[in-house]
Design a protein around this ligand. Structure first.
Ligand SMILES: NC(=O)c1ccc[n+]([C@@H]2O[C@H](COP(=O)([O-])OP(=O)(O)OC[C@H]3O[C@@H](n4cnc5c(N)ncnc54)[C@H](OP(=O)(O)O)[C@@H]3O)[C@@H](O)[C@H]2O)c1
Length: 230
């Protein structure tokens, strides 16, 4: 049994990751911004036989992340998944740019995963062979062939670099760090016309996490296990 921590666990890919780990018998600390409003996650937790507990964490807020770390205490964490994300808002083009939404995207998706990893570092160090996976995006890769999406794409490119550095810093601790593009997924963010369901994406991501090891730390994967180009 692994102990797993997931951010943004109340809907979309995070909810399906939580469901998948709980079904496999793992213990999940499921974090979301508003536990009281997290109806689907609370239903899952209630039927999990204590495998899933629901707690508050806004990954863009340092005090909230610190409070979340106090909730977990000194419990070793085997798998930490930085899943929380925002779209960056509707105005991300050259003609029309919402700079506040851009800053929020950086806070949530670039700085947030680092802040969370840093806050739970003692828990990761206490778990032999611990793993950190950050859900990033193909839009953060230099090979993405379209312009626009300045806020979202830069936040994901930024977190890729942050996680690559973290992988190097944590290698000596035996902690594997990687990033995964989850596919184009039918969630509130991906929309109904996307390629795959959140269940399919989450199942693929769990398999990728299963295969992580410190000898291959720092890699950027696709949800189906292929290596993603940088
Ligand atoms: N769907 C896709 O096609 C796709 C493609 C590439 C990458 N991704 C990435 O996959 C991850 C999951 O996305 P999704 O498709 O499942 O999106 P989603 O359905 O929109 O879910 C986003 C999740 O992130 C949470 N969140 C947002 N801001 C947060 C904050 N400040 N603190 C904590 N949680 C926060 C949301 O919580 P609230 O309910 O409180 O807002 C929600 O649980 C994201 O990192 C996203 O960028 C998705």
């Amino acid at each position: 049994m692994a102990t797993v921590l997931i951010t943004g666990a109340n809907r979309g890919i995070g909810l399906e990751l939580t469901r998948g780990y709980a079904a496999a018998g793992d213990r999940v600390f499921a974090f979301c911004r508003a536990p009281r409003d997290a109806a689907n996650l609370n239903t899952l937790a209630a039927s999990s036989g204590g495998k899933v507990s629901v707690h508050a964490m806004d990954v863009g807020d340092g005090d909230s992340v610190a409070a979340a770390a106090r909730v977990v205490g000194d419990t070793p964490i085997d798998i930490l998944i930085n899943n929380a994300g925002v779209s960056g808002g509707p105005r991300q083009s050259l003609d029309s740019t919402d700079f506040d939404a851009w800053i929020d995207a950086l806070k949530v998706m670039t700085i947030g995963p680092f802040r969370v990893a840093q806050a739970f570092l003692p828990n990761l160090r206490a778990a032999p062979g611990a793993k950190v996976m950050t859900v990033t995006s193909q839009l953060g890769a230099s090979t993405w062939p379209f312009g626009g999406f300045y806020g979202y794409a830069s936040a994901k490119a930024g977190v890729n670099k942050v996680m690559q550095a973290l992988a190097l810093d944590l290698k000596a601790d035996g902690i594997a760090v990687s990033m995964v593009h989850p596919g184009w997924v039918k969630t509130d963010m991906g929309g109904p016309g996307a390629d795959i369901t959140a269940e399919e994406s989450a199942a693929g991501i769990r398999k990728v996490i299963d295969g992580l090891g410190v000898e291959t730390t720092g890699r950027f994967y696709k949800w189906n296990g292929e290596i993603h180009p940088w």
